[in-house]
Design a protein around this ligand. Structure first.
Ligand SMILES: Cc1ncc(COP(=O)(O)O)c(C=O)c1O
Length: 434
């Protein structure tokens, strides 16, 4: 029996059967370095999904590993009950790079936890309960996370936290109002007001949205969308929570956080994934005034929140980003990736849409461009072809037909060109069979 077979055999016997495993023959990974991971049989792969947009400065980046190893040897656990040097230093660093008046942090362990913390805060500050989220959004796997999420398939067992309503999302390729931008005047943004007026008590705690919808398939709104929506929600008493779990830390290029492209200032921002290059860490950052609302409201702790090892890793990750993978670098290599993908779109009709910013680029695959019918078999074939050629990618979208391309931010032009070369071969094989 090979190592792969042994692992897959035990996976089947001892793990829940609902684990989502990519590929017909799932891929047990052994080690990683920079842009590459190796499977247990020794085959290398260029990782253009970066974990799940998590290894922001590449796998096993020596500076991050060293910082984590040094902290591990000193103190692994402290909880939020004790102040820690890394805790305050990371909070200070985040206050410097986040927009507006976002100044004070609460560290947890995941994106789900960060979003949940944000909603609790918004409710405490406003005194209102209801929350507006977007269709096609994704917010995590807790009861609250699933309720905020706008995809049936990610809401296992019909879990519902009451008081959460979903507005139309700005999905231009499949406009929910069957209109076209810019003639539509961004009519979808007005739906937020309709939802507030017709399905809530008329006063809301918050509107939570991703600057680019991640799991939704990298759906990118028109530039005016968030300005219109922010004005609406503030008129109804709500705070704006920007979920930067996927779009944060320079991923979108040019700016440290995705929401900065849309020229609005969030009241609360959540982050996780790429914050610590793979170590578990979530954060909810807000203004000093809003955070004050939590004082005297009751007790809260996070046992693993602000774990010193994750914090050390995060501090080192941000240092590496500043030196080698800052938002300007991401914009440069992201533009190269985008142009390459648009060239492929001209060649292969199966590519219906190319969208995204920086190093968060999506491709929506369709059976034909007229009907836009989701090409679910074709995307499965693309996955297998890319794997055979040594390239790992991600998947998303309501119909599972969107390719998610999000390499580590340290990707070079050579890495981008290599991935584009593999895409060209893989798409030609997929197109041939259609
Ligand atoms: C935008 C967004 N928010 C929240 C989450 C939940 O994060 P986690 O899986 O770390 O709990 C995710 C995870 O994919 C996400 O993409």
């Amino acid at each position: 029996m090979t190592r792969t077979q042994t692992i897959l055999d035990k996976q089947q016997r001892y793990l829940w059967p609902n684990h989502i495993l990519y590929y017909t023959d799932p891929l047990p990974l052994d080690h990683g370095e920079g842009m590459h991971v190796w499977d247990v049989e020794g085959n290398p792969y260029l990782d253009f999904f970066g974990g799940i947009l998590t290894t922001s400065v590449g796998h096993n980046r020596p500076e991050v590993t060293q910082a984590a190893q040094e902290q591990t040897a000193k103190l692994i656990h402290s909880s939020t009950l004790y102040p820690h040097e890394h805790h305050v230093n990371l909070a200070e660093k985040l206050a410097e790079i986040t927009p507006g008046n976002l100044q004070v942090s609460y560290f947890t362990t995941s994106g789900t936890d960060a979003d949940e913390t944000a909603v609790v805060l918004a409710r405490a500050y406003t005194g209102y309960q209801e929350v507006i989220a977007l269709r096609h959004g994704y917010s995590g796997r807790s009861a609250m996370g699933m309720s905020l999420t706008g995809h049936a398939s990610w809401r296992i067992g019909g879990t519902q936290i009451i008081g959460i309503k979903h507005a139309l999302n700005p999905y231009c390729y499949r406009c929910p109002l069957k209109m076209s931008y810019p003639g539509c005047d961004v009519a979808c943004a007005q739906d937020v007001e309709d939802v507030i007026k017709t399905t809530t008590s008329g006063r809301i705690a918050a509107f939570l949205a991703e600057p680019i919808q991640g799991v939704g398939g990298f759906i990118t709104p028109p530039p005016e969308y968030f300005k219109i929506v922010t004005e609406i929600i503030r008129n109804y008493g709500g705070l704006f929570i920007a979920d930067e779990v996927q779009t944060g830390f320079g991923r979108t290029g040019d700016k440290w956080f995705g929401i900065e492209h849309w020229q609005v200032e969030p009241d609360i921002m959540t982050m996780a994934k790429g914050i610590a290059n793979g170590f578990p860490l979530g954060n909810t950052i807000t203004t000093s005034e809003i955070a004050e609302a939590m004082s005297g409201q009751g007790l809260t702790i996070s046992t693993f929140g602000g774990n010193p090892v994750s914090l050390a890793a995060s501090l080192a990750t941000i240092d590496v980003m500043k030196k080698e993978a800052d938002p300007a670098h991401v914009a440069k290599v992201g533009n190269r990736l985008r142009s390459g993908l648009e060239r492929l779109q001209e060649k292969y009709p199966v590519i219906g849409d190319v969208r995204g910013m920086g190093l968060i680029q999506g491709i929506e695959m369709v059976k034909d461009r007229e009907s836009k019918e989701p090409a679910t078999e074709a995307i499965n074939q693309l996955f297998e072809e890319c794997k055979t050629l040594g390239l790992l990618i991600g998947k998303g979208g309501l119909h599972g037909n969107s390719v998610r391309i999000a390499p580590p931010l340290t990707a070079t032009e050579t890495d981008i060109d290599k991935a584009l070369e593999i895409f060209d071969i893989a798409f030609s094989r997929v197109q041939e069979g259609m």
